[in-house]
Design a protein around this ligand. Sequence first.
Ligand code: FEO
Length: 408
Amino acid sequence: MNLNDQPYMAKKVSDSVYWVGAVDWDIDEFHGYLTPRGTTYNAFLILADKVTLVDTVKKPYLPEMLSRIRSVIDPKQIDVFVSNHAEMDHSGCIPEVLEQVSPTVAYASQKGVEALDEHFGVSDTFTAVQTGDKADLGNMSLTFVETRMIHWPDSMVSYLDSDGVLFSQDAFGMHLATNHIFADENSRDIMLWEVEKYYANIVLPYSKQVDKVLKSLPTLNLDIRMIAPDHGPIWRTPEDIAWILGLYQRFVEQKPTPKAVVVFDTMWHSTEKLAKAIAEGLRLGGVEVKVFNMNQAHRSDVATEVMNAGALLVGSSTLNSGVLPTIADMLTYLRGLKPANLIGAVFGSYGWNRKAIPELHTYVEEMGIDLVADDVTCKYVPKEDTLMAARRTGETVAAELLKRCAGE
Ligand code: FEO
């Protein structure tokens, strides 16, 4: 095979593993989550006695993946196929891959087999595996570990014993299009934000399951020398592996931090004035503050900041006997992500009824946010005394937050 004939080339990851995925520079939205830095769909080729493909790519990127595979071997030489996760950014081209590659055996979890069948009608092709099962690849083996709900019920990870590679599908990933497939080749600050954003917007609701997996990993006696997720860079150094596992531990715990997020939308700047006075009180109270006007901010950035915060203060003008649409959007999204251990307060201006306030209460109470200060409201335009009350609300929330951070 003439490698120069291939538009796309595989990239060596370890002694036996090649990256054969695709870079999506264009995607900027993932069902409600802004991804301005694009993403990668990682697929991996294992050159074992039984050549193995782990996961595939989003359907439009099938030619790119096949080209990368062809730069190493003829795709028809693939004996074993593993689907760690049935969501279509990893499975969308499975029917075409099965047809063109014809592996001898294909593995997925039981839920994976069901999900792939429901998507593509391919259950006859797959063998269901569960935690602890191994695939014999001849001179090496893959061990499967189910990771249900990280990110779907079918999700599992696969561990290659010879090279110590954990193929972790969505877990430990991020949406970052990059030419540099290893984490140590990328900006730490950008990766930190993108890992946080990914966890906050995709994994956060399943933190209990993540906690279970983090606790179970050491008991499985896997010598993990590399973590290769299905999105973003691969963690290959001991420092990076410890870094990403440590971050996940922090995300799971969601301990309160001395940081508050103030979110609002406003009709004629009155709720904005309350928000800014509250933010000033929070600042004077000694906590870091982030303020988001939902007319400009995006829900997925707010979710990321909220995951890292200890307090959420939400304000809305009353519009048509309820909250402003941007606030309903943001709170509906955030409620589904289930951020934990938050305190907060609500605020807003009104004209002839103040019905945004009870609606805000309903949202934040459903989210389990502990309201630790009185509501701040004003009719039409806040006067000096209301702005001072708003500032005091900020100070009250800050004082309570600092106590909770100190474990009091
Ligand atoms: Fe990257 Fe849950 O799919």
